[in-house]
Design a protein around this ligand. Structure first.
Ligand code: GRF
Length: 194
């Protein structure tokens, strides 16, 4: 079967992007990463993608008057690369609703919490503050409402005595790198639950 064409949107480090690129190198993986787009010109992830031979492009939100025109520019890049599935991987801009609607069912995100718990930012600190016994990460379809949308896969980790934000984040991130490629595989094969 033909591999599904995937575009990844990043804003920074890109470790989840790297996990997807590495997974997609396996001959039997059902998706290929055809484009990485960053809204931040010096995002560290861009260099890694280029090193692996994945085409990269910067669409700097600062060059656009509003969310709509920025999203239109993203859309144009994705379409030009014939992207079929979009993966958000640490992409830190809110996307205009028409863009989200256009990609509905074909755009997924990874979030560092067990959704619906701890939507938004600073999830690890908030989990610790709340005294959560377990924490984790979620891959879900993107809907206009932030960090909502059907869940594809979740991974749980324990919160251990003595954890701080950094130790908990590292434990979750390790799971993210396993979970995202597994979730993209399901989506690319049409085997997700939703
Ligand atoms: C990850 O924790 C991801 O869940 C969240 O932002 C972080 C991005 O990290 N959405 P990276 O850029 O993938 O390393």
């Amino acid at each position: 079967m033909a591999k599904r064409r995937v575009g990844i949107l990043i804003s920074g480090r890109g470790s989840n992007m790297a996990a997807l690129i590495e997974a997609a190198r396996a001959p039997d993986y059902p998706a290929e990463i055809v484009l990485v787009v960053s809204n931040v010109p010096d995002a560290a992830g861009l260099a890694f993608a280029a090193l692996r031979g994945v085409p990269t492009v910067v669409v700097n939100h600062k060059n656009f008057a509003n969310r709509e025109t920025f999203a239109d520019a993203l859309d144009a890049k994705l379409r030009a690369a014939k992207v079929e599935i979009v993966c958000l991987a640490g992409f830190m801009r809110l996307l205009a609703t028409p863009f989200v609607e256009r990609w509905r069912g074909r755009m997924i995100n990874i979030h560092p919490s067990l959704l619906p718990a701890f939507k938004g930012l600073n999830t690890h600190a908030r989990a610790l503050d709340a005294g959560a016994k377990t924490h984790g990460c979620t891959v879900h379809y993107v809907e206009p409402e932030l960090d909502s949308g059907p869940v594809i896969l979740q991974a749980e980790v324990p919160v251990l005595p003595g954890d701080d934000e950094a130790t908990l984040a590292a434990r979750v991130l390790k799971e993210e790198h396993r979970l995202y490629p597994a979730a993209l595989r399901l989506v690319a094969e049409g085997r997700d639950k939703s």
